[in-house]
Write a protein that binds this ligand. Structure first.
Ligand code: SF4
Length: 361
């Protein structure tokens, strides 16, 4: 390995800083050099977050969406998709099943579906928080600041709102009718309102360059997010990007690893998209900086229809998304499943139980 690269990695492990040029160079590494990057990220993960892997049970309760993002199978104009909405009682039952299974953290995810009013959602969150001892993450897309406030007041702990790409022109092209500027504004609102905030981006989007990925990583650092979902673009056959090539696993792992070097305390999932691209993808991500897995606990009649990209599904043998299955899977790579809400943990002992304006960096 070139001395310069080794020095860069040692400094990044210790100071969590990298210049734009250094990130660019790391993104171009291959073979043994890329492996050295993954090892450095794994070292930072182990030093700051330990061997625990946090499980977040995800419940995808509606695949209706008013948006028309070019890359997404849930887009409004995809008439081939069987649409569904789960009733609040069904969502509560799914959350209860996740808790009974052993999960301490649930994610409620949907397309942008105004059929659920803020009152519906706030009422649901309140009931979940009253009846079940779980942390609640929301992933519902764009809402007004007042809606975010109402949902936070109802008890939601975290909000995932991926920035998707740091290139404003690409963002506007891929997500018609929306802007990166507005999304960043919403991320700031979420932080002000005391959510633990998640952003994240896709790797391999048509029109994306290495320079864009550098900006994505630096934006995550700048936002100082508590969570970042980094996954490959996977083309969906019923979208305008059907014939575009998928993002690569290696580039996804490099972006993930560099993000870990810069954000030692941020929760980084080994995404389902990584596992979809390659059966070994999830394990490799967990060995390149990731510390979170999000098993899909959407009830069986609906699960197959949350078709944002093809090939999603539970890994073979996962059974009923059982906690025990994940404990065995993590033990096989020398890791263990975390017990608890999985709030952000910093070296100074802050454990995020009282979440508020505490940032991971
Ligand atoms: S990416 Fe999100 S907002 Fe866009 S179409 Fe898909 S579900 Fe809707």
């Amino acid at each position: 390995m070139p001395v310069e690269l080794a020095v860069t990695l040692i400094r990044a492990v210790n100071t969590h800083t990298l210049t734009r040029e250094e990130i660019d160079a790391l993104l171009q590494t291959e073979g043994e050099q890329a492996k050295a990057l993954y090892r450095a990220a794994d070292q930072v993960r182990a030093e700051h977050l330990g061997e625990e892997v946090h499980l977040r049970a995800i419940i995808e309760f509606s695949n209706y969406c008013v948006r028309n993002c070019l890359y997404c199978g849930l887009r409004r104009d995809n008439r081939l998709l069987t649409r569904y909405r789960m009733a609040p009682e069904e969502i509560l039952a799914a959350a209860r099943q996740a808790r009974d299974e052993g999960y301490w953290s649930i994610v409620l995810q949907s397309g942008e579906d105004p059929a659920y009013t803020v009152d519906d959602l706030a009422g649901l969150i309140q009931r979940i928080k009253e009846k079940l001892d779980v942390a609640v993450t929301l992933s519902l897309g764009d809402r007004s600041r007042d809606d975010y406030r109402r949902l936070r007041d109802a008890g939601a702990n975290r909000y995932l709102l991926k920035h998707e790409t740091a290139d404003p022109a690409l963002f506007a092209r891929l997500r018609p009718g929306t802007t990166l500027e507005r999304r960043l504004q919403e991320l700031r609102w979420l932080e002000e309102l005391g959510y633990q905030v998640g952003a994240g981006n896709m790797i391999g989007l048509p029109g994306q360059t290495v320079e864009t990925l550098v900006s994505d990583i630096l934006l995550l650092k700048d936002l100082c997010v508590e969570m970042a979902g980094i996954g490959p673009f996977i083309p969906h056959p019923d979208t305008p990007l059907a014939t575009s090539p998928a993002g690569s696993l290696e580039m996804t792992l490099k972006v993930l690893a560099i993000t870990r070097l810069l954000l030692p305390h941020t929760h980084l999932p080994a995404t389902t998209a990584v596992a979809t691209l390659d059966p070994a993808g999830r394990r490799r991500a967990l060995q390149a900086g990731a510390n979170v897995v999000m098993p899909d606990l959407t009830p069986a009649p609906y699960r197959q229809h949350y078709d944002i990209y093809p090939g999603r599904g539970r890994p073979a043998g996962e059974g009923a998304a059982s906690f025990a299955w994940w404990e065995r899977e993590m033990a096989a790579i020398g890791r263990k499943v975390a017990i608890g809400y999985g709030h952000i943990l910093r070296d100074d002992g802050f454990h995020g139980v009282v979440d508020g304006h505490r940032r991971p960096c």
